[in-house]
Write a protein that binds this ligand. Structure first.
Ligand SMILES: NC(=O)c1ccc[n+]([C@@H]2O[C@H](COP(=O)([O-])OP(=O)(O)OC[C@H]3O[C@@H](n4cnc5c(N)ncnc54)[C@H](O)[C@@H]3O)[C@@H](O)[C@H]2O)c1
Length: 317
């Protein structure tokens, strides 16, 4: 069985992040390198973008006009939306008007506002399309393990500190989803502050209470260095996920001989998260979703994707 995929948006996550390295983080390279999938078409309104990927991979089925796709493609099994966030709804409306995919994978966040998010979900429900939003950390085995370990120890309380750079609405969305994925639905926002800075970038700081955790999001000031780091601390252990997800380290407590009656965290493991191949893991989940006709439990479904957008709006409004 070969699963036919249509890809909208050939920018960074669509096609170019891994154009010149050995990583597997773009949809295009992952589809082309996995024989379970076949690229039915790639679409981007930018001719430059189309020409770049055509040349790199020797492809002919890359289009910058929707009308050409209408003529060339009969149908697809999966539609992947990797256009800019504010155009997700429009992309989905346009393509589901003449195609009937069984699954729609929408890049994160599902949309730029709650209204669009709800419209995307309704449209998929009406057309009987399985919808999920690609928060790719959810597909990485080490992140699934982390969730399992934390969920299995519900009597342990965690302090979580997340430092992130860039825009809350873009990069912050990953961490709001990560928290909901690992700790469940938030109970309340303890404190929040947000501001819109130059280039329309939103910086949001918030402390959020979960059943067995308090999580604090800290926006970093620098717009020259990108850095994302998650620290999960308890009385017994500490986990640090740094460099966006590429590095994961675990620590256990031990006596601190420098300070009387004190404990300190001591590193026990460096874990390879396989982060730079994340899209390969997403497509494994996608294959399972397609063959089982259900969204695997670890993925972010339409309701959760809407919840994320709604919750982010609560923090920024
Ligand atoms: N899961 C992840 O880790 C991850 C990483 C990066 C981006 N994203 C998400 O993916 C989406 C795209 O982000 P990006 O960083 O690749 O952006 P980008 O700007 O690099 O690429 C967007 C591409 O879409 C094209 N485009 C513009 N209007 C379009 C339209 N109406 N229809 C189709 N294509 C259109 C542009 O020409 C461009 O090539 C965003 O929603 C973003 O939040 C997810």
């Amino acid at each position: 069985m070969t699963i036919k995929v249509g890809l909208i948006g050939l920018g960074k996550i669509g096609a170019t992040y891994d154009l010149h390295n050995g990583n597997l983080v773009s949809h295009l390279k992952t589809i082309l390198s996995d024989e379970r999938f076949k690229l039915e078409f790639g679409y981007d309104p930018s001719l430059t973008q189309c020409n770049e990927v055509k040349k790199k991979y020797g492809l002919v089925n890359i289009y910058n006009e929707v009308s050409d796709i209408k003529k060339a493609c009969k149908d697809i099994d999966i539609l992947v939306v990797a256009s800019p966030t504010d155009s997700h709804l429009n992309s989905i409306e346009t393509f589901t008007n003449f195609l009937n995919p069984k699954i729609l994978v929408c890049e994160k966040p599902i949309a730029g506002n709650l209204k669009d998010s709800q419209k995307i979900k309704s449209l998929c429900d009406e057309k009987d399309i399985l919808l999920f939003c690609n928060f790719m950390r959810r597909s990485l085995p080490e992140f699934i393990n982390l969730k399992k370990n934390i969920n299995d120890s519900s009597d342990i309380f965690y302090d979580v500190i997340i430092k992130y750079s860039g825009c809350f609405k873009n990069n912050g969305a990953h961490f709001i989803d990560f928290l909901n994925f690992v700790f469940g639905k938030p109970i309340r926002i303890i404190s929040k502050y947000s501001e819109v800075c130059k280039r329309n970038l939103t910086r949001a700081r918030a402390s959020i209470e979960y059943k067995n955790a308090v999580c604090t999001l800290v926006p970093l000031k620098s717009d020259k260095v990108t850095d994302h780091e998650i620290q999960i601390l308890s009385d017994n252990s500490k986990i640090i996920i740094a460099r966006a997800g590429r590095s994961m380290q675990t620590f256990l407590i031990s006596n601190d001989y420098d300070f009387l009656d004190s404990k300190e965290y001591v590193k026990t493991k460096d874990i390879d998260t396989n982060y730079l191949m994340f899209q390969k893991h997403v497509y494994n989940d996608l294959y399972n979703a397609y063959t089982s006709n259900t969204i695997p439990y670890n993925l972010c479904d339409g309701d959760e994707a809407i919840f994320n957008v709604q919750f982010m709006e609560k923090i920024t409004k």
